[in-house]
Structure formats: C-alpha cells, structure tokens
Design a protein. Sequence first.
Length: 344
Amino acid sequence: MASQHVNPLGALGKSGVSAPRLGYGCMSLSNNLYAGAPSEEDAIKLLRRAYELGVRLFNTSDLYGPYTNEQLLAAAFPASAYPDVVFATKWGAMFVPGAGIVNDNSRENCRKSCEGALSRLQRPALDLFTYRGPPSASAAGIADTMQECKLLLAEGKIRGVGLSEVSAEQVRQAAAVVPIAAVELEWSLFTRDAEDEIIPTCRELGISILAYSPLSRGLLTGTVRSAEQIQESDFRRKGFPRLDNLDKNLVLVDRVAAIAGRKGCTPGQLALAWVLSRGADVFPIPGTRSIANLEQNMGALAVALSAEECKELEEAVPADQVVGDRYAHMAATFHGAKGTAAHH
C-alpha cells in the first residue's frame, strides 16, 4: 500500500520550512493550462487523498486559473484542520490576452502578489513565495525584486523565498540580497539542462530544488502513446514539441519501461525514484488528476535505486537523444534569462 512508504522529510534551504520530499503539483487542477480539469469536489477529494498518502507540500501559482488554484487549496485544506500543509506559490508571470505570458518583477507587483496569495490561500504566512522569471530585458534586475522579498520575510508575511526559471547568475544575484530557500525547475530523466549550471549553483549556496514535470508531462509513465490521447485545448498539444516527436521519444520511454519491468515497478515510479535519488535537497512535485495515478506516484517511495541502476537508467535515456524542446517557447524558461543575466 502506497501509504506505508515513508515520505522522507527535507528542509527547504535554510528557511526553517520542512516538508516530506515527494510533493504534489497543482497546475493540472486548473483549466487555463491543462484541458479537462476536475470539478472542485473531485479536485478536493484528490488533494485530500494526497494528504492521506503523506503529501504535505502542494505547489501552486497565481498563474493557475488564474487565481482559482490557490482558492481551491484553501478550500481543500482549511488552516485550522490542516496546519501542517506547506503551500508553495509563485508570482511574477501572468497571461495577458493577445500577449502571452508577461512578466512583472516590480517591487510593487511583488507585494501586491503576496497580499493576494495570502488572502486566497487563507494563511497568515506563505511557506514559499517564488518569483517566476525570467525578468523582461527592460525590467529592473532581480536584486531589486529581492529587496521587497526581504521586507516581506522580515514582516513575517512569507517564510521562504523561491525562484523559478531564472539563470544561475540570477540565483547568485538574488541570494546576495536574501536567503533563497528553493529554486523550482524542470528536472526529469528527459530534462537535464539545469544540471549544467543552476543545480550546482543551488548546491553551492544551500538552496533546495523543487523538481517540476518529473515525469516529463506524462511521457515517462509510458501511457501516452499518441498525441490524440491529449485534448486539443490542452497546452501540450501546441506547446510541447516532445509530443510532436512522440514516436522517437517512445523508444526511450520503452527502455525505461524495460528496466522498470525488471524492478517490479511502473516506468513512472522508476522515473520518479530517479528524481528522488538526486539528493535529500530535491522535492519532486508531480501532478495528476487521477487518484489511481497519484497512488501509483506515491509508490515511487518504495523503489530503491543503487548507483549502478541510476547509471544504467541514464545510459538508457541519454538526455541529448530526447527529441524536441520541453516548451514551444523556451524564452519563457531560464534559457530566456541568459540574455538578461547581466542586467541590473
């Protein structure tokens, strides 16, 4: 039974916030990004089942919904009954009709976003308040943004400061102003670009890692065999180039499945166990809308991987053989921050 596997506790940097490391990413519970979001009643059932199974870290954003995802979490986990739930939320990026994702890292927006999230999540403080970059080229530098986070921390409105989709250089600039608890980034067997600079920088500075899309948006479960399985309005149909190259990528997925078969687990469990094995500072945050998939994901905690098995997996799935970017618009990720890294 998945609930019997211990979900190991981890610390979010030096913030004083800790949580069991296998968390849950809430993005697919809102309709503006993934198609087919569940009803509020079903979403609350799913979230509470995650809690029963040992999940305490729930990752959200004002971008999801927008705003309704945070409200959903407050409805699922009233503070009085669930004081041990840890909410990680993001700010800074917003959909603007006709303009796509627009970034506003101004100090004014930082404070306004914090106040908004506090009222939507109905908590006295935000456990992790993450700036979702990258800043636009014309914006103030990230150090300026962090001055406001430093004030919010001192005021007790937030407990930990996070960053997402920023460059290694920007992580350094931010950490020089305020302690950074965690960096949220994409990390999976299929996505290893953060290993070059960002992850070593985090480790040098004692910053934890929230690993989103640890199953590469479902590809590593082995259950997505054709793009047609995904609804037209789902962002993955147009914004996920790996889906356009599914045939080539399934060759790699099937190699993961073969190793999983020998281990007596599912491909998804093996892929999640690999992310968990990256270190005690790594918090994978897979999302799902299905209780069965959630229970299966929690089963990854029972999969122990030796160094040899990790090496075998990595050799079976060389990251450079994955075909297609992880997003259609890579400028909206930390790769887009490279050009602004030196900007102050």
